[in-house]
Design a protein around this ligand. Structure first.
Ligand SMILES: NC(=O)c1ccc[n+]([C@@H]2O[C@H](COP(=O)([O-])OP(=O)(O)OC[C@H]3O[C@@H](n4cnc5c(N)ncnc54)[C@H](OP(=O)(O)O)[C@@H]3O)[C@@H](O)[C@H]2O)c1
Length: 262
């Protein structure tokens, strides 16, 4: 980490109560910076050098997002980094999926991030700041058994690409970050096709730790040319196969993930 790069910065992170967001917050704790940590339920964060302002917000509720943005803007007029990280996963076949579950997934993963960004955008412009979305490799192609999750993240790509172009003349950057499977609570906190809480085991094989992912997020911010960021085999594979061999990619996904949607 280039510590000087982060000194005196104002950082907003959603979803710091666990997993990737919590690991990211911990990277900033030893630094001289201010972090607005947005959580759905109260969470005691460790104390260190950074000033941490804890704010409660269910990102899917418009009134909560409005309240926390007002609170942030009362305390600062500039936001250097806005990490739209909070999210849930949703697993289930499209032909069994309740539409309310689809909508809930979008309310959290898509509208939550878009609304918060919209309300803080002037402060980001003022700072020539960076917008960051924690997407996923599953946002790079419609993954079987993940139609709601994949689409809620893919839709974010379009929004943050538009913003990147529109606000490039203000010096605002936009990074879409696609981590692979990571060992977090995502598979227990997510929803199934009927809206019940998922209680799935972690993905098999070698999966990333939230700390590894947080370090890659920081590297992506420090690199001025970051746009759509993938950083492991699965990410590179899906990113390039969708362009050059989509039919083969679909065959591989069908076979590899068959049990996930049957
Ligand atoms: N784990 C993976 O394999 C993986 C891979 C690629 C991308 N991602 C993405 O990484 C991001 C972080 O997920 P994670 O893996 O770290 O899982 P996690 O441990 O479940 O963390 C998700 C965070 O989002 C918060 N959140 C969920 N719904 C919310 C809501 N309505 N309002 C406010 N906060 C809410 C959670 O708060 P609560 O504690 O209150 O639930 C939690 O802090 C997500 O956007 C996810 O899509 C994860």
């Amino acid at each position: 980490m280039k510590t000087k790069f982060w000194e005196n910065k104002t950082i907003v992170i959603t979803g710091t109560s666990s997993g990737i967001g919590e690991a990211l917050l911990h990277e900033f704790l030893p630094l001289n910076c201010t972090v607005f940590a947005i959580d759905r339920s109260p969470k005691e964060h460790p104390k260190n050098q950074a000033k941490v302002v804890s704010l409660l917000c269910d990102i899917s509720k418009e009134e909560d997002v409005e309240r926390v943005s007002t609170e942030i803007l009362k305390q600062t007029s500039t936001v250097d980094f806005l990490f739209n990280n909070a999210g849930i996963t949703t697993h289930g076949r499209f032909d069994q999926m309740e539409i309310s579950v689809f909508k809930k997934t979008f309310d959290i993963n898509f509208f939550g991030a878009v609304h918060l960004t919209r309300l803080l955008i002037e402060a980001v412009k003022k700072a020539k700041g960076t917008l960051f979305v924690t997407s996923t490799v599953s946002g790079l192609y419609g993954i079987p058994g993940r139609s709601a999750y994949s689409s809620s993240k893919a839709a974010l790509h379009a929004v943050f690409e538009s913003i990147r172009i529109e606000l490039s003349e203000y010096g605002v950057r936009s990074i879409i970050f696609c981590p692979p499977y990571t060992r977090t609570a995502l598979r227990t906190s997510g929803l199934d096709a009927k809206g019940q809480r998922l209680n799935e085991e972690q993905a098999k094989g070698k999966i990333k730790t939230p700390q590894e992912v947080a370090k890659e997020m920081i590297k992506a911010c420090e690199n001025p040319s970051s746009r759509l960021v993938t950083f492991d085999k699965s990410g590179y594979f899906v990113k390039w196969m969708r362009l050059f061999a989509p039919a083969l990619l679909e065959k591989i996904l069908f076979k590899k993930l068959y049990h996930d949607f049957h």
